[in-house]
Design a protein around this ligand. Structure first.
Ligand code: ATP
Ligand code: MG
Length: 762
């Protein structure tokens, strides 16, 4: 027989089950509570009396957590659903706080409540079971989960931004090709690339030049072995601003592990330390330089411990003492020259007090040679002012000492040679002088003083000019000043009065002097007595003058006789004899002109050449002369290339003499040519005449000399040309005296052009 539970049994179950249950009437809008079980009372902290017979909304009013009474609305809706649909209806996860007993506080509670309708025999809803389940724990748990998911999200975000903003470069390289999976801006900056350029590409494709630098090997090693690699101050060549630069890194390569532990790539973290490394190198360089500098000047250094007597020295220190390598202090002390030991001891005593060590002493090397050493040092004291240490340097000053000795010897020698020089300059039969850059005389030698009787001081500055005869003074001074301004070689001829009353001719020369830097410092010059030569020259001039004068008269009368003789012979019809006499007359003309030249020269030299200046038409003169001279040559045509020139004021005969000289020279020195061009022109109130020939020409170095007295170009060609070498000298003197200029241009072997210019009468 089937056992059945008695009616009261259900009541017991109702009260003992753990689910909280409320039985509620369908009497809307009250929804009176019909019954409540123990679990419900417990769950809601309430008691039976306050509930049964009450409206459910009266018993459980809207509580503070439910200000808008959403719970009531929701509950009514659920009740209605359950009643109308006659099926259970569930309200999920709503909050309804319960009062804490004995306080006015509420406790947070979440509920999921099912309202289950109970039907009567007629199928009508008699009442319904309201069964709330406390889901607070569950809800709390869920909230926590959401919060922690949120936190995780935040954490990730945080990590990412940390990664992105990290001041160190970070990247993940994936696979054997080290494809950039992730890279932060810092590392992009280091690589000098944008993130877009780097992401998703093999790092060695983007930075091809890094491949040969060992980074690929390191990455392989880390990826294959899983052992991290740490590099410090690692150099790398990177392209920056279009050029390859060496930069330095501290970096770490870590294997990148998947969740299952397999290594799929490498995490690289890198900081650039170029600046630090460069700074370090700079310091090292500076240290090295100091060391080199100390070595370069050959300074030995030492560190002497005064308490133990121990001394640390450098190799150079040892070398100066004659040792190959540093030796103990006693060994150094032993090689001091016996005469200098006392001095050294004294210096050390002094250093203990003054703090400074200084002495120079001789040391003897193993080969017995003596060397000088200069010892310098600084004393260091302990807290009790006791000297404990000396640090310092050592210098080999042997050469200096020797140089000083040599210098002294040289000075003595110099003094000797100065005396010698003075003797020589005094003994020289030549005046010697020096001037400063302004032309003031700063030195004259004894010879000059002896000549002039002027004392040293009296000669200084312009004083020396007092020795010059008054007529020559101005000329000499002007010449000197103009050479001084032009910094040209100075040369002048003048007369000086000797202290004995005699007058002497001098030729003074001076050459400009310059300092090494090119600044002009003045003149050094000499003054040679040429009185003797002048006298001889005078005698020669006198002789030529007298001789030519004496020759002139007989030649003139011979010439007169020949002319008479020629006419007589012609009358007699003796043409052959007359021809011979005519030739003789020609030679006499030549003799006359030679004598004339000689006479002119003596006149010029004694300043007695007479000029008879008047106005004449230059063109007429030129034409006349050409006509005459054309008759003297059959070979050459004298080509006239003339312009109207106007009136010249001067000595017509003398100027004619010049033109004749130039044309006869042109004829004489162009035996192979057939023409001579005579060309005149007027410019700047000056008339010039040029005689151009196509003859032997003149070598450039001879060009200026042809105007000198008795000058004839020497050379094979000249032997065939007779002459005294006076024509051009006389011509140039005449032109100068008439206020004009004379010049020549020539090409050796091709011909010459002699020109002169004279002022025209205005
Ligand atoms: P003379 O006293 O008879 O004139 P010279 O003709 O030799 O003798 P200069 O007229 O003074 O003397 O000329 C000097 C020198 O210049 C000549 O000896 C000659 O060497 C050179 N000379 C002058 N004129 C010419 C010329 N037209 N072509 C080449 N050489 C010339
Ligand atoms: Mg001549």
């Amino acid at each position: 027989m089937a056992k059945t539970i008695p009616e009261s049994g259900y009541k017991a179950i109702f009260n003992n089950i753990s689910a909280a249950i409320l039985l509620i009437d369908t009497d809307a809008p009250y929804y009176t509570i019909l019954d409540v079980n123990e679990a419900y009372l417990k769950a809601t902290n309430s008691n039976r009396e306050t509930l049964v017979g009450k409206s459910v909304f009266g018993a459980f009013p809207a509580n503070p957590s439910d200000e808008e009474a959403k719970n009531i609305e929701m509950t009514i809706f659920s009740f209605e659903q359950a009643i109308t649909n006659k099926t259970p209806h569930t309200m999920s996860d709503y909050r309804y706080d319960i009062p804490v007993r004995g306080t006015d506080q509420f406790e947070e509670r979440y509920w999921t409540t099912t309202n289950t309708p109970v039907l009567d025999a007629y199928g009508k809803v008699a009442y319904f079971i309201h069964s709330p389940a406390n889901v607070t724990e569950l809800i709390k748990l869920r909230e926590k989960e959401i919060a922690s998911v949120e936190a995780l999200k935040n954490h990730r975000q945080h990590l990412y931004s940390t990664f992105m903003q990290a001041p160190v470069g970070i990247a993940i390289f994936r696979g054997a090709d080290y494809v950039v999976d992730l890279i932060n801006p810092s590392l992009c900056t280091i690589y000098s690339k944008t993130p877009e350029e780097m992401m998703g590409r093999s790092v060695f494709d983007v930075l091809p030049h890094t491949k040969g630098q060992g980074f690929d090997k390191l990455l392989h090693q880390v990826r294959l072995t899983g052992m991290p690699f740490k590099g410090q101050g690692y150099p790398a060549s990177l392209m920056r601003n279009g050029e390859l630069q060496t930069v330095y890194f501290d970096f770490v390569y870590e294997p990148f592990r998947e969740v299952d532990g397999t290594i799929s790539g490498v995490i690289a973290v890198a900081t650039e330390v170029t600046e630090q490394i460069t700074a370090k190198q700079l310091i090292e360089d500076a240290e090295e330089r100091t060391r080199l500098a100390v070595d370069a000047v050959g300074l030995g250094t030492y560190d002497l411990n005064l308490e133990t007597g121990e001394m640390i020295t450098t190799k150079i220190f040892a070398n100066i003492f004659g040792f190959d390598e540093p030796v103990p202090r006693a060994d150094y002390v032993s090689v001091f020259h016996a005469d200098d030991r006392g001095l050294r001891d004294l210096a050390h005593k002094e250093a203990a007090v003054s703090g400074k060590l200084f002495y120079e002493a001789r040391v003897i090397w193993p080969d017995r040679s003596i060397h000088w050493a200069r010892v310098e040092g600084k004393t260091y004291y302990d807290a009790n002012k006791k000297p404990v240490r000396i640090l310092g340097t050592l210098l080999d000053i042997t050469e200096q000492k020797q140089a000083k000795e040599d210098q002294q010897k040289l000075m003595a020698l110099l003094a000797d040679s100065e005396q010698l020089l003075r003797n020589i300059t005094t003994a020289a039969p030549t005046g010697l002088w020096m001037s400063d850059e302004t032309g003031d005389i700063t030195y004259v030698n004894q010879t000059w003083m002896d000549w002039t009787g002027l004392g040293y001081e009296e000669n200084l500055a312009r004083g020396w000019t007092n020795a010059i005869v008054p007529e020559d003074r101005r000329k000499v001074r002007d010449k000197f000043l103009s050479d001084l301004t032009g910094r040209t070689l100075y040369e002048a001829e003048f007369r000086i009065n000797h202290v004995d009353g005699s007058m002497h001719w001098c030729v003074a020369t001076g050459s400009p002097q310059y300092r090494n830097d090119g600044t002009f410092t003045g003149y050094i010059g000499a003054c040679v007595d040429i009185t003797e030569q002048k006298n001889l020259q005078q005698q020669k001039d006198d002789f030529i003058g007298i001789a030519s004068h004496e020759l002139k008269t007989p030649v003139t009368s011979i010439k007169a006789y020949t002319q008479v003789l020629e006419r007589m012979l012609l009358k007699k019809g003796e043409a052959r004899e007359a021809g011979m006499i005519n030739k003789m007359d020609g030679q006499l003309n030549r003799l006359t002109s030679l004598i004339g030249d000689l006479l002119d020269v003596t006149k010029i030299n004694s300043g007695k050449l007479q000029f008879n200046d008047r106005d004449f038409d230059f063109n007429d003169l030129v034409k006349e002369l050409i006509e005459d001279l054309q008759r003297t040559t059959d070979k050459h045509v004298l080509v006239e290339n003339l312009v109207p020139t106007g009136i010249v004021h001067g000595d017509k005969e003398r100027i004619g003499q010049v033109i004749t000289n130039l044309i006869t020279n042109a004829i004489k020195y162009s035996p192979q040519a057939d023409k001579i061009i005579i060309h005149t022109s007027v410019k700047n109130n000056e008339v010039s005449l040029c005689v151009q020939d196509f003859g032997i020409g003149i070598a450039p170095d001879k060009l200026e000399k042809v105007f000198e007295q008795f000058y004839r170009v020497s050379g094979d060609m000249q032997h065939t040309f007779p002459g005294l070498g006076l024509g051009l000298y006389i011509s140039s003197e005449i032109i100068k005296r008439e206020g004009g200029r004379i010049w020549v241009s020539s090409k050796h072997g091709e011909g010459s052009t002699f020109c002169f210019a004279l002022p025209l009468k205005k």
